[in-house]
Design a protein around this ligand. Structure first.
Ligand code: SF4
Length: 305
């Protein structure tokens, strides 16, 4: 079971955001739109503008991200979400970071879809620990109809407990998205992971456009979108900007944008470097610092208020 934290959506009175002081060496293309419209929800970001955010001095970046955050969210509130793997391992896809792919020898044993009552018991435990959103993840390319019907029952059961529901089940058709929405699914998670250019070096079995199509189906079915990425896979800052630019130019921004730090797992193609090192109490703070210091977390807050 994994715990994730999201900012609670309780807007407060907006703090005044100081006029952005753009470094002297930025050209007009960078400046345009940054100074006047920072803090507004917009889908017309240019890639140059997103890259300009990454170019800001670190403390300025934090300052503006905090201002945007406070103008849209209760600054000191977090929402606790719990993620449960309801079907583990044996996935036919080849995502290079993932220990659940059947293509990599990672020691993860495939487990079938959990029983309804077992899932509901985990949801009750999560709720008793303070979670208000419960996410169910299954290692599929996409769900089959019989699996979808079982998962729909889980969604109904979790929702009956009073929890927000989220699921991540891979690619969806429009019909499948509508079945999940009918069952009461609040959020569907489907990550883009990285930029369109770098994506092809990480995943070969499903395309960037496949993923965007699933996001369109989710949106058309009326569900909220959870869509994020992973940093630390060897991507450049340009890739990180490209990834954020894709999300920030969707017609409607995702309601949740998880920015994850890669956890290298032995046996995966991205294991090289520290594959044999177990996660230690020291590795998480380093990863968390990487999310902030190299820009993706605060830049995401500005581009996707
Ligand atoms: S689709 Fe999901 S479960 Fe399957 S390999 Fe990719 S990340 Fe892992």
């Amino acid at each position: 079971m994994t715990l994730t934290w999201d900012a609670a959506k309780k807007p407060r009175a907006a703090l005044e955001i100081r006029k952005l002081e753009v470094p002297n060496d930025m050209d007009d293309a960078h400046v345009d739109g940054l100074t006047a419209r920072i803090g507004t929800v917009r889908s017309d970001w240019t890639l140059a503008q997103v890259e300009a955010l990454f170019d800001l001095p670190f403390n300025d970046l934090l300052y503006y991200a905090q201002g945007v955050h406070r103008s849209h969210f209760d600054p000191n509130a977090v929402q606790m979400s719990t993620l449960l793997s309801i079907k583990t391992g044996g996935c036919p896809e080849d995502c290079a970071y993932c220990p659940q792919s059947v293509r990599f020898q990672t020691g993860v044993d495939a487990e079938p879809l959990m029983a309804l009552e077992d899932v509901l018991e985990k949801a009750r435990i999560a709720q008793s620990h303070g979670a208000t959103r419960f996410c169910m993840g299954a290692a599929y390319r996409g769900p089959k109809q019989s699996q979808l019907e079982q998962i729909a029952a889980m969604i109904r059961g979790v929702r009956a407990l009073g929890l927000e529901t989220c699921a991540t089940l891979g690619l969806l058709t429009q019909d499948q998205a509508e079945q999940l929405a009918d069952a009461g699914l609040d959020y569907y998670n489907h990550n883009l992971d990285t930029s369109r250019e770098y994506y092809a070096r990480i995943i070969h079995t499903r395309s960037y456009d496949d993923r965007l199509e699933t996001l369109r189906h989710v949106r058309a079915a009326g569900m909220k979108v959870c869509c994020g990425g992973i940093v630390g896979m060897g991507e450049t800052r340009h890739d990180r900007a490209g990834f954020l630019h894709t999300l920030a130019t969707l017609p409607v921004h995702p309601e949740s944008v998880p920015i994850n730090q890669l956890v290298r797992v032995a046996g995966t193609p991205l294991a090289e470097g520290c594959a044999s090192k177990p996660m230690s109490v020291f590795s998480w703070p380093v990863g968390a610092w990487n999310l902030v210091n190299h820009g993706p977390a605060p830049t995401t807050r500005i581009a996707l208020p």
